[in-house]
Design a protein around this ligand. Structure first.
Ligand SMILES: Nc1nc2c(ncn2[C@@H]2O[C@H](COP(=O)(O)OP(=O)(O)OP(=O)(O)O)[C@@H](O)[C@H]2O)c(=O)[nH]1
Length: 330
């Protein structure tokens, strides 16, 4: 039991979801006689729920896929794993499948009413009641800790990622290939127009309702590899990945138009302004600064519009930051 307790203690030192995942897989693997342990990621793609192995045991070590979910060639539809699919539809705690020489146990990680990860344990022998209890015990420690970690990274009102997690997520994006016009990374800052009026006229509760509806719309609009943050107040930031400039512009424009057309309960119609910039290998502060400049340009020129920083610099409507710093005297 001693090594198991040590493994559990080690597991809860991690402050990063992936490291925690690797640690729980290695703890379960060390319980012995495992053919394989894997973490499966569940994600939506083109209207279907897909599954892909994110990390797995290989030669006694845990290795992780180098791909993002949507670009991973090794995915399948959830429905191709009927026992797991049924367990998830029924919001079950576990599922099993036993064939000759292979016994599989699945443990979905429930965060609220949502599953994005599932642990899979495969043994050559049947999993006994005692082994099932030990594995489930380790899993529950992991799930509770994962949920605490998730809670600390999210904005309480909207459930979007909070400002605190931005730098880490941005650093991950920066490791990916740089932006070009064919396929790049983009950072957009989205701000509700005259939101103070909504609060003043209808009260903060209605204001909060608008923020929640906008957050839901953002989640529906962007893909699983994009990252959406609430930076505080009525300001949201989206990191868009692997998308051409024109597609990024079109997605942001669709969002703007959808919000303009939406009838919010009691309040009626609101609009948003969006500024965006290329997520180049500069510091996050510089990139947010550029997107912010584009946003404020939109605010000063009528609101309810999407503006791209490079366009504004090219047309002479904005001066680039370099030009500013040249004349900075203090
Ligand atoms: N309901 C609600 N309001 C918030 C929250 N956080 C910030 N606000 C409000 O957001 C409003 C932001 O107002 P301003 O920064 O003046 O901007 P604005 O009225 O949107 O005007 P423009 O951005 O110039 O179009 C303030 O009234 C804040 O009180 C929140 O969590 N809930």
């Amino acid at each position: 039991m001693q090594p198991l307790l040590q493994n559990l203690a080690e597991m809860t030192t991690h402050r990063d979801h992936l490291r925690l995942e690797v640690s729980v897989l290695s703890t379960i693997f060390s319980l012995g006689r495992m053919l394989q342990v894997r973490s499966l990621e569940l994600f939506s793609l083109a209207g279907t729920v897909r599954v892909r192995p994110r990390c797995w045991s290989e030669d006694g070590r845990i290795v992780c896929s180098p791909h993002e979910a949507a670009e991973d060639p090794n995915t399948m539809e959830l429905e191709q794993m009927p026992e797991l699919a049924q367990c998830i539809h029924e919001r079950g705690a576990s599922a099993q499948r036993s064939t000759r020489g292979e016994h599989v146990l699945w443990l979905p990680v429930w965060l609220g009413d949502h599953v994005a990860t599932c642990l899979e344990v495969t043994r050559s022998q049947k999993i006994t009641q005692h082994q099932h209890e030990v594995i489930t015990g380790v899993f529950l420690v992991y799930q509770n800790y994962q949920s605490l970690l998730d809670y600390s990274e999210r904005d309480a009102l909207t459930g979007l990622l909070n400002r605190k997690t931005f730098d880490e997520q941005f650093a991950r994006y920066s490791e990916l290939p740089g932006s070009d016009k064919e396929s790049g990374q983009w950072l957009a800052v989205i701000d509700i127009d005259h939101f103070k009026l909504v609060n003043d006229r209808y009260g903060h509760l209605y204001g909060d309702e608008v923020l929640i509806l906008l957050a839901n719309r953002l989640r529906a609009q962007f893909r699983s590899q994009d990252r959406i943050f609430r930076f505080g107040g009525e300001e949201f930031v989206v990191l868009l990945r692997s998308i051409s400039l024109e597609h990024a512009r079109a997605a942001l424009e669709r969002l703007r138009a959808a919000i303009e057309a939406h009838e919010f309960p009691q309040i009626g119609h609101i609009t948003i302004s969006i500024g965006f910039a290329a997520a180049t290998p500069d510091t996050p502060v510089e990139i947010i600064g550029r997107a912010d400049q584009a946003l404020y340009h939109a605010k000063e020129h009528g609101r309810n519009q999407v503006r791209f920083y490079d366009d504004l610099v090219a047309s002479g409507e904005l001066q680039s930051k370099v030009a500013h710093s040249d004349i900075e005297l203090f």
